[in-house]
Every structure is written in structure tokens, then in C-alpha cells.
Ligand binder design. Structure first.
Ligand code: GLN
Length: 391
């Protein structure tokens, strides 16, 4: 047989999705792939059903239904302090995942470099390979996931085309402060490069943390591509509705890539998304109360089971250290630990190495997601006791 694509051969299947499948095959508790096991809000489901019944069943405008772009633009102003024109600056995509790859393909030329904070959400690796960019890594250091300003400054050079900022951050839960965003902005301006932000967890915040959007920082509006989605905020990860906000010329390039990749996001779900973006403030307040309880529950469970969890400031993951438990169950690395953890307890996780360029950096780390019913986390609490019974 003829050879396959060298590009496609240069990365592996998503470990997050693989672990989710493994979990399903053994009927385990899926704390690997970040999607809720609780019901989506009734109003958004009703809106989707109404959209289908109202015959929004054919292709949408390729870059998004006007009603949704209007709603995104309003929300971007009221929640993110981002000014954008719904006619020219927004591209609705099939989830933030497609928005990210479309954004990269829209700006990258051979030889371009992209900076990413490490650990990082695994998609950014294949995204950069497929778009032809080279990644440069800036370490987020434990215990507080801060970066060194010198290491950050050293990562920029004349080849730097963009920096990816994911805040709140997957997998660490770090919420970048205004001071950090301003520091990154200064470097973007100095080196004339783009900021691409993944803000999908913008409403999931703890301990009075505030979400800061890069496009709202002075001087950054025109050089930022803001990516977001309804998946996490409204618990509808399977609907595949996300978007990229960027200045008109950048959006024109994103729109072309998007059109030829997917034509458009599902039309009825775009209409439902438009109505969800109008939810009153109490929806978001309740969302935070709900997730705060789940964070507290899983954090206590992990401490009790012998992990060393990092308390997240945002998003719905806990990144934990498990060096002691590795010795206890006699495994040498995170991948074997995750597999053995499913065998012993039925709990599926994501091995830490999935979030690092060099797998050895994540060898003693593991990610749990807690966007699950309280009852699910209570069962997980009992299941993880088996780790200690096993010693
Ligand atoms: N963002 C989610 C995670 O990190 C899932 C993403 C996906 O599988 N598309 O688990």
C-alpha cells in the first residue's frame, strides 16, 4: 500500500478520547474526557427542538447564523469587554476545536512559531503540526502554575506568529491574572504577533477569580483571536457550536478555512446557542455554585486517596501528583498508572504526559475532571478507597 500522510503519522490519537473509550468499554467512571454526565438545561434543549420544528434544518450562513453572531457580539461586549462587529468579526465553527485549527490555518506560514504554556491541552500539538507551525513551550511552574517572565520573554523571536493562552487553563485550572495578560500583551505588541485565546471555561471560576480576555487589553483587540464555545458553559459538548472573534481581515481568512473544512456548524444548535447566550445572570451564578461544590468534593476525595491535588482557580479539572501512589501500586509512569487505576477502581483519568511535549515531565501527574453529578463523585470516592485496600 502507498504511504500515509507524514503529518498525520507525526502525532498520536487523542489520549483523552482513548481513555474515555476505554472507560466505556469496562463500564467505569469517566473522569477522563471533560463532559458533564448531568442533564443539559431544559431551556436550551427546548430551544433546539423549537429550532428544528421551525425548519432551521438546512445549511446555515457558513460563518454563522446572524442571530447567533448578534448574540455573541453582545455577550463579548458585556462579559468580556470585547468590541466586535457581528457582520465581519465573528466566525461560528464546529466547536472551539474547529475554531482553533481554522484560526491557526488562517494565519500560519511555513517556518512560523507558536508559543504555548506547558502543560497544555493536547489538541494544540496536532493543531500546530497540521497548520505547519512549530511549537515553543513556556513552563507553568508548580505549585501555583506561574511562569517565569524571563522564560516567556526568551520564547519570543522574529519567527513568533502567535501565542496560545488558555484561561481558565486545562489541565491546571490556572486563571491568568490581569498583570500576566498585560505582560503577555506587551510581548505580542513588541514582536508584532497574534494572541489566540481559548476561553471555553470563562464562566467556571472559583474563589472570586475574574476572567480577563486578552482582546480587552489595550492594544490587543486587533491582534487577538478569541475562541469560545457553548459546550462547557451550557453542558452541551456534543452540539459542536463554537466561534472565533477576530479583526475583519483575520476573520476573512478564518472564514475561508472554516468554510472549506466544515461549511458550517449545526444550524438548529446555533439558534439554541443564541437563546442560551441571553440567559440571565442567575444561570452563571448557579453554575459557579454547582461547580464549587463538585471541586470541593473531588479535591477531598483525592487527598484522602493519597494523591497530591492542585486546587484549581477555574475550569473543571484537578491536576494531581501521584508519585507516592505509583510506588504503592507498583507502576513506573502515568500511562500505566491510569490503566491500572481503571483496573483496580474503575475510575478513568487522563495521564499527565498527554499535556506535555516531553512525556517524562508528566510522568507523575494525572488529570481528573469533575463535571459530574455529585452522586458520581460520591461513588468515585468509594471506588478510590480500593487503592488503599490494595497496598
Ligand atoms: N476539553 C475536554 C477535555 O479536555 C474534551 C475535549 C474533547 O475531547 N473534544 O477533556
Amino acid at each position: 500500500m502507498r504511504s500515509l500522510s507524514k503529518l498525520a503519522e507525526s502525532f498520536t490519537e487523542s489520549v483523552i478520547r482513548e481513555m474515555a473509550r476505554l472507560c466505556q468499554s469496562v463500564g467505569g467512571y469517566n473522569l477522563s474526557q471533560g463532559f458533564p454526565d448531568f442533564e443539559s438545561p431544559q431551556e436550551i434543549k427546548d430551544a433546539a427542538i423549537a429550532a428544528i420544528n421551525n425548519e432551521h434544518n438546512q445549511y446555515s450562513v457558513t460563518y454563522g447564523e446572524p442571530e447567533l453572531r448578534e448574540a455573541i457580539s453582545k455577550k463579548a461586549w458585556t462579559y468580556n469587554s470585547i468590541k466586535c462587529n457581528p457582520q465581519t468579526d465573528i466566525t461560528v465553527c464546529c466547536g472551539a476545536t474547529e475554531a482553533m485549527i481554522s484560526a491557526l490555518m488562517a494565519i500560519i506560514n511555513p517556518g512560523d512559531e507558536i508559543i504555548v504554556f506547558e502543560p497544555f491541552y493536547e489538541n494544540y500539538g496536532p493543531d500546530s503540526i497540521l497548520s505547519g507551525a512549530t511549537l515553543r513551550y513556556v513552563t507553568l511552574h508548580t505549585p501555583d502554575w506561574s511562569y517565569s517572565p524571563d522564560e516567556l520573554a526568551d520564547a519570543f523571536n522574529e519567527k513568533t506568529k502567535a501565542i496560545i493562552i488558555n484561561t481558565p487553563h486545562n489541565p491546571t485550572g490556572k486563571v491568568f491574572s490581569r498583570k500576566e495578560m498585560e505582560e503577555i500583551a506587551q510581548l505580542c505588541i513588541k514582536w508584532d504577533c497574534y494572541a489566540i485565546t481559548d476561553e471555553i471555561y470563562e464562566h467556571i471560576l472559583y474563589d472570586n477569580c475574574r476572567h480577563i480576555s486578552m482582546a480587552s487589553i489595550p492594544g490587543m483587540n486587533k491582534r487577538t483571536i478569541t475562541i469560545n464555545s457553548i459546550s462547557k458553559t451550557y453542558a452541551v459538548t456534543g452540539w459542536r457550536v463554537g466561534w472565533a472573534i477576530a479583526d475583519k481581515p483575520v476573520s476573512q481568512s478564518i472564514r475561508k478555512v472554516h468554510d472549506f473544512l466544515t461549511v458550517g456548524a449545526p444550524n438548529p444548535f446555533q439558534h439554541a446557542a443564541a437563546s442560551a447566550l441571553l440567559f440571565a445572570d442567575d444561570y452563571y451564578i448557579n453554575l459557579q455554585i454547582h461547580y464549587a461544590q463538585l471541586r470541593e468534593t473531588l479535591f477531598a476525595t483525592l487527598q484522602k486517596a493519597g494523591f497530591k491535588p492542585h486546587l484549581p482557580q477555574g475550569a473543571y479539572y484537578i491536576f494531581a501528583d501521584m508519585a507516592d501512589l505509583m510506588k504503592k501500586i507498583d507502576v513506573q509512569d502515568d500511562v500505566s498508572f491510569s490503566r491500572k487505576l481503571i483496573d483496580i477502581t474503575g475510575v478513568a483519568t487522563v495521564p499527565g504526559s498527554s499535556f506535555y511535549n516531553d512525556p517524562s515531565s508528566g510522568k507523575s501527574k494525572i488529570r481528573f475532571c469533575f463535571c459530574k453529578k455529585l452522586e458520581t463523585l460520591q461513588v468515585v470516592d468509594i471506588a478510590l478507597n480500593k487503592l488503599n485496600a490494595n497496598s
